[in-house]
Design a protein around this ligand. Structure first.
Ligand code: HSE
Length: 308
């Protein structure tokens, strides 16, 4: 009988303001991948859902490249894969769609190896493929991941934010691919800017852990990436301000953008802020002539998981 492994992988929001390339949060929005060995000699790929018309149907699909890399790293020849993928994470949106593809491919393919690699091993491979850790780490582990490199090895610390954390993501109808968004960043930064971000990253982490909304008002400010990216996304600066005015504790670019993520801590079942924040985000992008979708979500605690 054909062996099939089905996995789901969460969307992720990286940076969260000041934590450029260092922190990321897994979200309750999932892509599903089913991996098996193809009947013929060539890979077979079927994709449904978000961005399905944009993605490759051959071995250049990121999930299959990741699956092949895993086998090659284990000294094995990968089989021709058959991949069925259902996407809920919009591509190039700042919600970690490429990280989900990489982690999904690695995680599903690992079930075909004679010896199961650890998630830490999968993380090393995922970061090598993605180039930075702050989407692939939460996609793999769930929760909020703080990432750093020491002694030639990636280290992560996982925390679970307060259960009161509520998130709304505005996805503007505006393409802003990550490679383009990285090209606009300076190679070097000033000490004042590093200090500005250091305190904020610590305050943000503490606020997310404790559910204390007061520090959010300043803790998501950033001087390392947002000042260079926001002016390139019509409506984005207005959306950050509008979300705050409508009651969000904070709002930041999600990953490299173009999405904006707004967050706040729910104050009981009658907390009405969700609808007003959504309307404010929509209105701000509409003011710049850009349509947008809103996704209401919260933290995923599981990361990549096998579902069949
Ligand atoms: N930390 C990365 C960046 C995330 O900001 O470029 C990309 O999603």
């Amino acid at each position: 009988m054909e062996r099939k492994i089905k996995v789901r992988v969460p969307a992720t929001s990286a940076n969260l303001g000041p934590g450029f390339d260092s922190i990321g949060l897994a979200l309750q929005l999932y892509n599903e991948l089913t991996l098996s060995v193809a009947a013929g000699p060539e890979p077979a790929v079927e994709i449904t859902g978000e961005g399905s018309s944009l993605l490759p149907r051959d071995g250049s699909h990121l999930s299959l490249k990741a699956a092949d890399a895993l086998f090659q790293a284990a000294g094995l020849t990968p089989p021709p894969w058959k991949l069925l993928q259902h996407n809920r994470i919009p591509p190039a949106s700042g919600l970690g769609s490429s990280a989900a593809a990489i982690v999904g491919g690695l995680f599903a393919a690992s079930a075909f190896l004679p010896e199961q690699p650890s998630r830490e091993r999968l993380l090393e491979l995922a970061i090598a493929l993605e180039g930075h850790p702050d989407n692939v780490a939460p996609a793999l582990f769930g929760g909020m991941l703080i990432c750093g490199r020491k002694g030639g090895r990636w280290r992560t610390h996982r925390i679970l934010p307060s259960e009161k954390l509520q998130l709304q993501v505005a996805l503007p109808d505006f393409p802003f691919p990550t490679d383009e968004a990285r090209r606009v960043l300076p190679e070097q930064i000033m000490r004042d800017d590093a200090v500005f971000n250091l305190g904020r990253t610590a305050a943000l982490t503490a606020a997310l852990l404790t559910g204390d909304e007061e520090p959010l008002s300043w803790a998501v400010d950033d001087r390392l990436h947002q000042p260079y990216r926001l002016p390139l996304i019509p409506g984005a600066e207005a959306a950050l301000a509008a979300a705050r005015t409508a009651g969000a504790g904070a709002a930041a670019l999600s990953g490299a953008g173009p999405s904006i993520i707004a967050f706040w801590f729910e104050r009981g079942s009658s907390d009405p802020r969700g609808e007003s924040i959504a309307a404010a985000l929509r209105g701000a992008f509409a003011g710049a002539g850009i349509g947008c979708r809103i996704i209401s979500t919260t933290t995923d605690h599981c990361g990549a998981a096998r579902i069949i």
